[in-house]
Design a protein. Structure first.
Length: 123
């Protein structure tokens, strides 16, 4: 039961972090960036559901890492796999607003470290 609670608590934290960062803080930035590319920012309800699935999978990945690694190693590996690879893919697709990384890097590190801490504390 503790592993399930740990993964669910981390999922909630990750979901809140993603929502605050991408909907409350930087949504206008994303919308303007996509408009500048001649695209519409994908914000249909199904996109929100998929971010929820991403949050759950990221929390599960962190849980699996945390069983084997220290808090620092878990955070680092999770951050690289969850965020850096996503930014590389978005950059490759030509839709990554590179100026946003100045904010995204520290906020995503905070997200990863707190999710890892939650998993370690509750798992």
């Amino acid at each position: 039961m503790r592993p399930v609670l740990a993964v669910l608590a981390a999922t909630v934290w990750i979901s809140i972090s993603e929502f605050v960062r991408n909907e409350l803080l930087f949504k206008a930035y994303w919308v303007d960036h996509f408009a500048g590319l001649g695209l519409t920012f994908p914000d249909a309800p199904v996109n929100g559901v998929l971010w929820g699935v991403w949050s759950l999978l990221f929390a599960l990945f962190i849980f699996l890492l945390a069983r084997r690694f220290s808090l620092a190693a878990t955070t680092g590996i999770a951050w690289l796999a969850g965020f850096v690879l996503m930014w590389v893919a978005l950059g490759n697709l030509g839709v990554l607003p590179f100026g946003l990384l100045v904010f995204a890097v520290p906020l995503s590190l905070l997200e990863a470290v707190l999710a890892a801490w939650i998993v370690k504390a509750l798992g």
